[in-house]
Design a protein around this ligand. Structure first.
Ligand SMILES: [Zn+2]
Length: 398
């Protein structure tokens, strides 16, 4: 049994305790929380830390499989340029892919992350994930803009899903993005999601070229498809609507949905989502450092906060980020949106992600009966309760 205290405890549920005490048993399960109301007196057996204790972080969007591409791509190429680099460089020998994924898994753990929503296009990292200290939900991602590829792409995903099940790792089949999936492939994924009540995730509104493709059939992503992937896209009929409007009805509304990136999302899109979806089952995953790496643009995070949306945080992959650290994502949000409180971001970084990945029975918040892992954040401004560039995360309880 351990008793831990700090200047502040952010439980992840929105509750903040001033010098509260958390008691955890040998297994790391929270057995008691004492609200001292700031009247903490030194007592034997209580470990007191300078800083804030928060639950273990949940990274709602990563691609372990792309970890070997760290520091390879130039920054700020824009999404079409980034995709061109991924297509040209992603295939490496499996030992190289696996060694980089293993290091990335360690980096995630070291940075206080207990659960990850991880995109996989193959089964190469499944064995690693099945043995990791981190709990993963694997999103088996399908791609195929040509309708002719739909059946084959989906069959490959089903093979990967069977492999995941054989290893006992939670997984679901998901679409990559509106610009890489045909209506036919969307239909196969949606049917599978409905049948399995599974969690859906899609890269959404990452750049304005997605809208150009759906509105006019032209633009940088159309050129990526025809020039980099040598596709004939003459079959494609523009909808005259933006990408989100064009595909949202193809995603079953009763399934949980993680919309990833949302860089171009505006109020009109949020209003549309409110009309067509249950917002209690819709999460907005923000990966700000990846957005800065690829295109030096950020979503209007203050708008999402003002709308009371369910926000989660993700690191994306090491091919488009400098680190795999949720704390670094929070620092970036603080730098560009100083009006957003640290406590609000803690909920985004913990409980919201745990709920989205269906891991909230044990993770995401400091509550009796849960085993969320405990992180200490040091180097925080304890007066304003804001992150500083030198803020660090340290695991207190695994
Ligand atoms: Zn991604």
């Amino acid at each position: 049994m351990r008793k831990l205290s700090a200047h502040y405890i952010f439980t992840g549920t929105g509750v903040v305790l001033n010098k509260g005490i958390i008691i955890v048993n040998e297994e790391g399960i929270v057995t008691k929380i004492i609200d001292t109301k700031g009247q903490f007196e030194e007592q034997s057996g209580v470990e007191f830390y300078s800083g804030a204790i928060v639950p273990g972080f949940v990274n709602a969007h990563c691609h372990l499989e792309l970890s070997h591409l760290h520091s390879i791509f130039p920054e700020k190429t824009g999404l079409p340029g980034f995709l061109k680099n991924v297509v040209a460089n992603r295939n490496h020998e499996e030992p190289i892919v696996l060694e980089a994924a293993r290091k990335a898994d360690f980096e995630l753990w070291h940075n206080g992350i207990v659960a990850v929503g991880d995109i996989s296009n193959t089964a190469s990292t499944f064995a690693l994930k099945s043995k990791s200290k981190i709990k993963y939900h694997t999103f088996i991602e399908v791609l195929g803009f040509s309708p002719l590829r739909a059946q084959r792409a989906f069959e490959w995903a089903e093979i990967c899903l069977a492999e995941a099940r054989s290893l006992g790792i939670p997984a679901s089949i998901v679409p990559h993005a509106p610009y890489s999936i045909s209506k036919e492939l969307f239909a196969l994924v949606s049917k599978s999601a409905e049948d399995n009540h599974s969690i859906l995730s899609i890269h959404s509104q990452e750049c304005s070229a997605e809208d150009d493709l759906y509105q006019t059939g032209d633009g940088e992503l159309a050129r990526h498809l025809t020039e980099n992937l040598s596709m004939d896209i003459s079959f494609f009929e523009p909808t005259g609507k933006n990408a989100l409007e064009s595909v949202i009805d193809w995603l079953p509304e009763q399934n949980k949905l993680l919309l990833v990136h949302n860089v171009c999302t505006v109020q009109k899109d949020i209003d549309l989502l409110r009309l067509v979806r249950d917002m209690g089952k819709t999460w907005f995953v923000l990966c700000p450092n990846s957005n800065l790496y690829i295109d030096k643009q950020l979503p209007d995070i203050a708008l999402f906060s003002k709308n009371g949306l369910k926000i989660c945080l993700g690191t994306d992959s090491l091919s488009s980020n400098w680190k795999l650290s949720i704390l670094e994502e929070m620092k970036t949000i603080h730098r560009f949106f100083p009006e957003i409180h640290f406590g609000e971001m803690v909920t985004w970084a913990t409980l919201n992600g745990a709920e989205a990945l269906e891991m909230d029975s044990w993770a995401g918040s400091i509550e009796v009966g849960k085993k969320p892992g405990l992180n200490l954040i040091t180097g925080l401004d304890l007066n304003s309760l804001q992150l500083l560039p030198q803020s660090k995360v340290k695991r207190l309880i695994n």
